[in-house]
Design a protein around this ligand. Structure first.
Ligand code: EPU
Length: 335
């Protein structure tokens, strides 16, 4: 465990923003983490760097959690129970599950980031959220250095939300996540329109989990920029939930507004649609921009600073507020 000084974080955040860490350490094992906690309490944790926007240098010790390993805890005729260490890459883990014919994560293919951070924002796509398969989350409490396990219900999962974004924020280091996956009779979730279309286009009538994964990968590649090519952090905003009254007013002017019913009184509207209506889709301001295929994704074409991207986000929020009277909440952690 070597502490380095004055390290660029550009390759550690998928936005590719060039901020610096005053000190930087990579943690490869639980032992190293416990050792570190005996001397350091005030640090900045980093994992896949796929859900944050750095707007300043980090004056603290930056700790990269890179603990690897997957273990099978138990199996029965229908299910497998796995524990995956925090530093495993999410998409590689999903592909490995598919190669073993373990079902449940196929709709979450190609999501950037690491396993250790997937519970924090309860990653979700194409009708599935990771909370549907998580059995527990293992953490180390920073103040005591003790192992604390959160059951699925302890995590208080919600849409892009969990206890780790609320009361538990900053108090625990997530070290491993456990999943229950199916071994046979997989329950496929293909109701999301674009998945159905992709399967039909390939004449697939009884899809396997691999077929669903391939469909999701194709859809994501057609809509979302690859962070290795264009810096981004996926959806920058949450999809807002609004009242029926407000929705009906919007629908009068825009009869084709997409929506998902949440309850009798509430409707979720895609933030991407609102941002597109405000004219931002595909727009570029210096090296900061709004992606041309999905307006919910802000991008860094090369040398945008975090402050420039944040300024663009604030302009979008203000314009959506002025035009639709809707407050867009930022989903990415702005540092
Ligand atoms: N839309 C537009 N213009 C746009 C983007 C979207 O009109 O620029 C419309 C689409 O035509 C569609 C609707 O908005 O009618 C929904 O679009 P899409 O299917 O792309 O999904 P989304 O609601 O924009 C959410 C997640 C994505 C996830 C997709 C698929 C959030 C904040 N985002 O996006 O998650 O991949 O659904 O399930 O909930 C992420 O979190 O990083 C992410 C990419």
């Amino acid at each position: 465990m070597t502490i380095l000084e004055n390290i660029s974080l550009r390759e550690y955040n998928t936005f590719g923003v060039d901020c610096y860490a005053k000190r930087f350490v990579t943690i490869n094992s639980f032992y190293e983490l416990q050792q570190l906690l005996t001397s350091e309490k005030d640090f900045f944790l980093i994992s896949g760097g796929s859900n944050m926007l750095l707007t300043q240098n980090i004056d603290k010790l930056v700790v990269l959690i890179d603990i690897k390993g997957v273990s099978i805890d138990k199996e029965d005729a229908n299910s497998v129970y796995l524990t995956v260490n925090a530093g495993e890459n999410w998409h590689n883990f999903v592909l490995w599950c598919i190669s073993q014919d373990y079902g449940g994560l196929e709709n979450l293919s190609l999501i950037p980031g690491n396993v250790g951070t997937c519970p924090i924002q309860n990653i979700g796509a194409y009708g599935v959220e990771v909370k549907d398969t998580i059995t527990k989350v293992e953490t180390i409490e920073i103040t005591s250095g003790k192992l604390v396990t959160f059951s699925n219900s302890d995590c208080n999962f919600g849409y892009r939300n969990s206890i780790f974004k609320n009361e538990a924020k900053g108090k625990y280091i997530l070290t491993a996540v456990s999943f229950k996956l199916s071994k046979n009779n997989h329950v496929l979730n293909t109701s999301y329109g674009a998945i159905e279309t992709a399967l039909k286009e390939n004449n697939i009538v009884s899809p396997t989990i691999k077929d669903v994964s391939n469909a999701v990968i194709a859809i994501r590649q057609s809509k979302l920029p690859d962070p290795k090519e264009i810096g981004n952090s996926g959806s920058f905003f949450k999809n807002p939930v609004i009242s029926n009254t407000l929705f009906n007013n919007i629908q009068k002017e825009h009869p084709t507004v997409p929506s998902y019913k949440i309850s009798e009184d509430l409707v979720k509207v895609p933030a991407g649609w609102l941002i597109e209506q405000c004219g931002f889709k595909g727009k570029r301001f210096g090296d900061a921009g709004v992606h041309k295929n999905q307006a919910l994704v802000l991008v860094n074409y090369g040398n945008a600073t975090g402050k420039e991207i944040h300024k663009l986000a604030q302009e979008i929020q203000q314009t959506v507020m002025n035009n639709f009277n809707i407050s867009l909440e930022i989903e990415v952690n702005v540092i």
